[in-house]
Write a protein that binds this ligand. Structure first.
Ligand SMILES: C[S@@+](CC[C@H](N)C(=O)[O-])C[C@H]1O[C@@H](n2cnc3c(N)ncnc32)[C@H](O)[C@@H]1O
Length: 334
């Protein structure tokens, strides 16, 4: 069972992701990778048509493992959860989605499933499918669901970019920060569009540009020495849909129309006090990676700067909160 710190899937909200070496992963997806490679025909064997190349297959599995591995590798007592962090955003998503009784809903990158379960309550007697690449996240989602007495939720593990959904089966696709990590955004949204019936709605929260997100700018600033240039982002980009015109173009090319991109200016919550917030932020994937690259002295200094920055955002009533900027994207399947 994943610990509560395993739920630090705000790792994936972090400004950059580190690609794990899939062959060293404890995650079950690592094994098929090895066997998929072993099962490849020898170079002299006749070529057979395959749905996707080995390179694409490896890339998909590495993407999948990045989340699973990081979620599965940490352990610590519960302090903050991603649901706590995004409480204000969740209300905005819920209100915008407007799911009605009888709707069939797809939750993309559902994580531990808070939005999936909210949608299930609104959609009953309709139903909700939550899809995520991360086994540990889905394990947690499956643990939480029975306590909420919901019997109209299923979870499936898969990469929403190329998962074989039954076509035209959903009235809604929703996502809370789960649609920015695709390797090919147009291909992924076209795959999602195929799963929606014509006229169905997509409603998704995504981060605005990194530079427009005060939480990201302040954390990045605290991690580096004054005057040091920013480290180029690695891996999956949580800000990949940050440009609203580009996001609109991507969705239109993928088979959506009536695209709206609305500004969401809500705070993120990092903890009741500075210690809790530091613990939470240290678990962000890019923070963890940046700290790991430093020697012990530099790491201590970076942690001190991070602590000071978080303390400056502490408020006795609200705890440590930082401003954030997201887009609430809504669109209709053509
Ligand atoms: C920032 S987390 C958000 C989780 C959840 N939506 C929530 O708000 O609690 C992003 C989630 O997207 C999932 N994810 C990333 N890429 C994905 C993909 N290609 N297909 C399905 N899920 C993906 C991650 O495993 C992770 O759980």
């Amino acid at each position: 069972m994943p610990s509560s710190r395993d739920m630090r899937h705000l790792l994936c909200a972090a400004p950059s992701g580190r690609l794990a070496d899939a062959t060293t992963l404890a995650d079950p997806l690592a094994k098929p990778l090895t066997s998929a490679a072993a099962a490849l025909p020898a170079p002299t064997a006749p070529r057979v048509p395959v749905a996707r190349s080995l390179k694409e297959e490896l890339a998909a599995r590495v993407r999948a493992d990045r989340f699973g591995r990081l979620l599965g590798s940490s352990s610590c007592g519960r302090m903050v959860t991603y649901d706590d962090e995004l409480r204000a955003h969740n209300e905005r998503l819920r209100a915008a989605a407007g799911i009605r009784p009888g709707d069939r809903v797809l939750d993309i990158g559902c994580g531990a499933g808070q939005t999936t379960r909210d949608a299930a309550r609104a959609a009953a007697p309709g139903d909700v499918l939550g899809i995520d690449v991360s086994g540990p996240m889905l394990e947690r989602a499956r643990e939480l669901t029975p306590a909420e007495r919901l019997d109209n939720v299923t979870y499936e593990r898969g990469d929403a970019q190329d998962h074989r959904f039954a076509s035209e089966q959903f009235d809604f696709a929703i996502s809370r920060f789960g649609v920015m990590f695709f390797s090919d955004l147009v291909v992924a949204f076209a795959n999602i569009a195929r799963a929606l019936r014509p006229g169905a709605r997509l409603v998704a929260l995504v981060w605005q540009r990194r530079e427009d997100n005060p939480w990201a700018v302040a954390i990045d600033g605290a991690l580096r020495l004054p005057g040091q240039p920013p480290t180029p982002p690695e891996g999956a980009d949580p800000f990949s849909l940050g440009d609203p015109a580009a996001a609109e173009g991507i969705l239109e090319r993928a088979g959506f129309h009536d695209v709206r991109v609305d500004d969401v200016d809500e705070p993120v919550f990092y903890g009741n006090d500075t210690a809790a917030a530091l613990e939470w932020v240290r678990g962000f994937q890019h923070v963890d990676a940046a700290l790991a690259r430093l020697d012990p002295g530099a790491r201590e200094s970076a942690l001190r700067r991070l602590r000071e920055m978080l303390a400056a955002h502490h408020d006795a009533d609200r705890g440590v909160v930082m401003r954030s900027r997201a887009w609430l994207i809504s669109a209709r399947r053509r």
